[in-house]
Write a protein that binds this ligand. Structure first.
Ligand code: NIG
Ligand code: FE
Length: 407
């Protein structure tokens, strides 16, 4: 048996439970001083205080620092070709995100670059991003397709995700996002693209076991709420659990759809109306908020406090993508959670760990430090939880432990 003992932990901070925490519970976390964690064969076996004597254990001295669960990034567009730095100039001259998309730029220019890239090129590029995420304290990541927008290229992206999941220490959870935009070749016949998604792409993805979730970009100029519903229902028939990019720019009914389709999570929710919050509360949908995208788009910030008050569990993720959020830094997201959503450090910790895990169906296995869960944790170069919420722009990770192994 492989035993790893992390001792001399100044503060251990973790949410608790096997499901998302909502309402006042989101801010209730367990805090231990002078703590230790014992991991056996990758699974947390003991947590306590003081210095235990455990035979045959490799020992890591946490140096009196903060330990939290490994961070969970529950929303990324990890696999893409190229970058879009040229759009920064357009933005600075006043073009909006939807203007650029309507001009054939935005997502569609990344689609071109992704179609041109080989599987190995996409693999190498995404691997670099994963290495960087891991170094920033992320131990589990969700990854979407959505820059192929045809059968071959969507499957190519999903195969890259699968290979990375096999090769990389990070846990990677795959989502099919063929409904990220209507590709140029279907511009005059969007119905035909929706049919392709529902009748060919979703069955092919499901049969190959290449995704667990089906996501849709429900937005003005992209997919309407009615179209999104059709696509998500088709996904459900094939066992793909619904997720929805909703209310990012315009509130066109995406968040209300969560209840109808039983979505596990809704994403963005920047302009989520009260009816959308009520629908999510009723459905138990996790609100997966992406504050770095609000920051980058220069938009307002999602009504996180209203969601918490209404009993909607709030997660936070990076939304890493080449257009609306060219950052994969979940530590920046932690800062924004406090400063822009006015969430407490305890609520923020839950948002980037246990509730993130719940948004990708993993709350029973990870997202908190408890006996029986995966041995994924971060030793921070920080004395306490407040410190990582307050310091900005530095990588505060000291050591990442994944499945009981120090990386
Ligand atoms: O989550 N909103 C849709 N998709 C991404 C942006 C994708 C892109 O611009 O390439 C997002 O913000
Ligand atoms: Fe996104």
């Amino acid at each position: 048996m492989q035993r790893l003992l992390i001792q001399n932990i100044g503060m251990l901070a973790t949410p608790e439970g096997k499901s998302a925490r909502r309402g006042a519970d989101q801010g209730q976390i367990r805090v231990l001083q002078d703590a230790y964690v014992l991991i056996e064969d990758g699974i947390v076996a003991q947590i306590g205080t003081g210095t235990p004597s455990i035979a045959d254990a490799e020992i890591i001295d946490a140096g009196g620092k903060l330990v939290t669960p490994g961070l969970v990034d529950a929303h990324t567009h990890l696999i893409f070709g190229g970058w879009r730095q040229n759009e920064l100039g357009l933005k600075l001259h006043g073009a909006t995100y939807l203007d650029i998309l309507a001009m054939g730029g935005g997502i569609l220019s990344t689609v071109n670059a992704t179609r041109q890239a080989t599987e190995d090129e996409l693999y190498d590029k995404a691997k670099e991003a994963l290495d960087e995420m891991l170094a920033l304290g992320v131990t589990t990541v969700e990854a979407k397709s959505g820059y192929g927008l045809d059968m071959d290229n969507e499957l190519k992206q999903l195969r890259v995700i699968r290979r990375l999941g096999e090769d990389h220490p990070m846990d990677i959870v795959p989502t099919f996002l063929g409904a990220h935009a209507v590709p140029t070749e279907y511009k005059e016949d969007r119905e035909a693209y929706i049919r392709l998604l529902c009748e060919e792409a979703i069955p092919a993805v499901a049969k190959a076991g290449l995704a667990e979730f089906c996501d849709v970009f429900c937005e003005t100029g992209v997919f309407s709420a009615a179209e999104s519903q059709v696509i998500l229902e088709a996904g459900k028939e094939w066992g793909l659990v619904p997720k929805i990019h909703a209310d990012e720019i315009d509130p066109i009914g995406g968040s209300q759809l969560t209840e109808e389709v039983g979505a596990i999570s809704a994403e963005h929710l920047i302009v989520c109306p009260p009816e959308g919050i009520a629908a999510m509360a009723k459905a138990g949908t996790v609100a997966c908020l992406l504050p770095a995208t609000s920051f980058y788009l220069g938009s307002t910030f999602a009504p996180a406090r209203a969601m918490i008050q209404a009993g909607v569990p709030v997660a936070m993720a990076s939304d890493f993508n080449p257009g609306s959020c060219p950052s994969l830094n979940l530590q920046f997201v932690i800062n924004l959670g406090c400063l822009k959503y006015r969430m407490t450090p305890e609520e923020v910790l839950t948002a980037v760990t246990l509730n993130g895990a719940a948004a990708i169906g993993r709350a029973d296995k990870l997202g908190s430090l408890e006996v029986g869960k995966q041995g994924d944790l971060v030793i921070w170069d920080a004395p306490d939880l407040n410190y990582i919420c307050y310091r900005m722009g530095s990588n505060l990770v000291r050591t990442v432990i994944k499945n009981g192994k120090a990386l």
